[in-house]
Design a binder for this molecule. Structure first.
Ligand code: SF4
Length: 262
């Protein structure tokens, strides 16, 4: 069977807010990503709104939930690239709908669950199916307090604060912590080898939730575009100083949605 450009794994309601989302796997024909290596990339997108518009109008809640980086504007994913490209290709019917015969394309491959979007928005049977034949996978969720706890099998709990780290550990998660430069590493943490020895995720494979033989957690110093790092630092410092960090997005989103008649 010819390798598809992409496979639509799920079209349905988000488990976060019941709005329509779509889950698309790409990277079957060719794939180059320096940080992850050769991995199938999974995109969790709003089904009916381009990613940039969805973000501006706050509709990305369906796929990102209450991730702090969404409020800070510091998410490392560049929406103009992967998410927009995949969304418009989906709208142009460039991808095939999943059926059982397509599972062979996932066999022995390394999978990045959630190149954009939170895996907790998606019914877990999707991850059970493709991960059952994969060589390895990595995944992260900011929604670890509320989501299906079975997601621990595949995902790390994304945390930024010491308090969250402790809570997530109490709930039985392995964690992936983004920290400020001046913050130190916790005892059970390993520094992400992508930042120390330039190991790609598919070779490292530490971020595979409870599947991992190691019980260690992972920590990384905030990285990426400089302006995003600055936003991240600002947001975290506000929280640490107990200042309000959520601007009143809700009102702004509602005004914009009204103006756009959405
Ligand atoms: S710890 Fe390994 S798998 Fe996790 S982000 Fe770093 S390189 Fe990738």
């Amino acid at each position: 069977m010819k390798k598809p450009k992409g496979i639509v794994l799920y079209q349905g309601k988000s488990l976060i807010d019941k709005k329509m989302i779509v889950v698309i796997a790409t990277g079957f024909q060719k794939n180059y990503n320096k940080k992850t290596g050769d991995m199938i990339q999974i995109w969790i997108l709003k089904a009916d709104n381009p990613p940039i518009i969805a973000k501006r109008l706050g509709l990305d809640y369906s796929i990102c939930g209450d991730c702090k980086q969404r409020h800070f504007g510091s998410c490392y994913v560049n929406l103009c690239h992967g998410p927009s490209r995949v969304y418009y290709a989906y709208q142009n019917s460039s991808y095939e709908k999943y059926d059982e015969s397509m599972l062979e394309f996932f066999k022995g491959r390394d999978i990045r669950i959630g190149s954009y979007g939170d895996p907790s928005a998606v019914p877990i049977h999707i991850w059970d199916t493709i991960c059952s034949v994969a060589n390895s996978y990595t995944g992260y969720t900011h929604n670890w307090k509320k989501c299906n706890p079975d997601l621990k099998k595949y995902c790390m709990a994304s945390v930024e604060l010491k308090k969250e780290y402790k809570q997530a550990k109490k709930l039985g998660w392995r964690t992936f912590r983004a920290k400020l430069e001046e913050d130190s590493k916790f005892e059970n943490e390993i520094i992400c080898p992508a930042t120390t020895v330039e190991l790609s995720c598919n070779k490292c494979n530490l971020c595979n939730g409870m599947t991992s033989k190691t019980k260690k957690d992972v920590v990384i110093t905030a990285h990426g575009a400089d302006f995003k790092i600055q936003r991240f630092i600002k947001g975290i410092k506000k929280i640490k100083n107990k200042k309000k960090y959520k601007i009143n997005y809700q009102n702004r989103y509602e005004e914009l949605r009204k103006a756009c008649k959405i």
